[in-house]
Ligand binder design. Structure first.
Ligand SMILES: [Zn+2]
Ligand SMILES: [Zn+2]
Length: 320
């Protein structure tokens, strides 16, 4: 069946204010950890998983946090929630106006066992709050939002799928791979995933490239973006990794980088122009090109020296 979907004419824009993930990527800021923005979806702008630096990255890449309509936080890990409260303050004009929507897991909004809450009752008091639970669909701002299952440290964590007039953007958030994951993200036109490690290097509660290939083969999105790259992924070349995944799946795969932006083409999502946003402060931090070169050479050795490993491997080590 062929039918036309009506959109408001403005193209949705995706922008990555960071492509690093896991605690050591975040602590070292070898990649930024500001999460990503979806702008112009039904006339609204959202910030998703604003980790450490999200506020600063917003300005560095030429955005304004005061035009947000909502903030999404998927789970109670700092690389996902750290800057949520300050962005909520920006959204509500310094908590002086009632405005916007805060989407979050039970752990993020209410607290669950030892996890969260990550946004104080005060910061939740001026906006609508929407609780996201796996397999539950809620409607907000004319967009359907479905919570998706995860297998991760925070047991209440979620991913989600936004459905705007039948166009679907899915975000796995942090999760290990499991059989059902493909069904959770079924129908996604654009699939954004946390892919911490390259190759077959699986790790508890996270996906590696091999898992991402399995997921893409099930979901068959038009475009797949891998972000939340851990130190091992950063040290091997994520762009080459994405090309390999693309070749194996036949799906266009992009490795996110700090400042990656593109306008979504609703009719033909595969066709778009990648924009590399200029970071005016690049001399001051890790997006500097010279630093990036040395980072590729040294980051893994440095991490090893400082005993920094990707999320959860330390926990495993302690058990032994
Ligand atoms: Zn994370
Ligand atoms: Zn996490």
């Amino acid at each position: 069946m062929l039918f036309y979907v009506q959109y408001d004419g403005i193209k949705m824009k995706l922008t990555f204010l960071g492509s690093g993930g896991g605690r050591f990527s975040a602590i070292s800021q070898r990649r930024m950890t500001g999460g990503f923005r979806i702008d112009n979806i039904n006339g609204k702008n959202y910030h998703i998983d604003p980790g450490p630096g999200a506020l600063i990255r917003t300005y560095q890449f030429g955005f304004d946090p005061r035009n947000l309509s909502g903030v999404f936080v998927s789970h109670a890990h700092t690389d996902h929630y750290n800057d949520a409260e300050i962005l909520i303050e920006a959204m509500t004009k310094g908590m002086t106006r009632r405005y916007g929507t805060i989407f979050g897991s039970t752990s993020v909004l209410n607290g669950f066992e030892k996890w969260g809450p990550c946004i104080s009752a005060y910061h939740q008091s001026k906006s609508n709050t929407v609780l996201l639970k796996p397999d539950e669909v809620v409607e907000a701002d004319g967009i359907e939002v479905k919570g998706t299952k995860t297998q991760h440290g925070d047991p209440a964590g979620v991913g989600f799928q936004l459905n705007y007039n039948g166009f679907k953007v899915s975000y796995t958030s942090d999760t290990g791979y499991f059989d059902e994951l493909g069904e959770c993200h079924e129908g996604a036109d654009i699939l954004i995933a946390s892919v911490l490690r390259p190759g077959n290097r699986t790790i508890n509660g996270h996906m590696c490239s091999r898992n991402f290939i399995d997921l893409i083969n099930k979901v068959k999105p038009k475009v797949a973006v891998m972000t939340h790259l851990g130190l091992k992924m950063i040290s091997s070349n994520p762009v080459t990794e994405a090309k390999k995944i693309s070749k194996e799946t036949g799906v266009k795969v992009i490795a996110a980088f700090d400042g990656l932006s593109f306008n979504v083409n609703y009719k033909n999502p595969k066709r778009f122009r990648i924009i590399s946003l200029k970071d005016t402060e690049s001399h001051a931090h890790s997006t500097s090109h010279t630093l990036y070169d040395s980072e590729r050479k040294n980051s893994y050795q440095l991490a090893f020296k400082n005993n920094e490993f990707d999320e959860l491997s330390i926990l495993r080590k302690r058990k032994n």
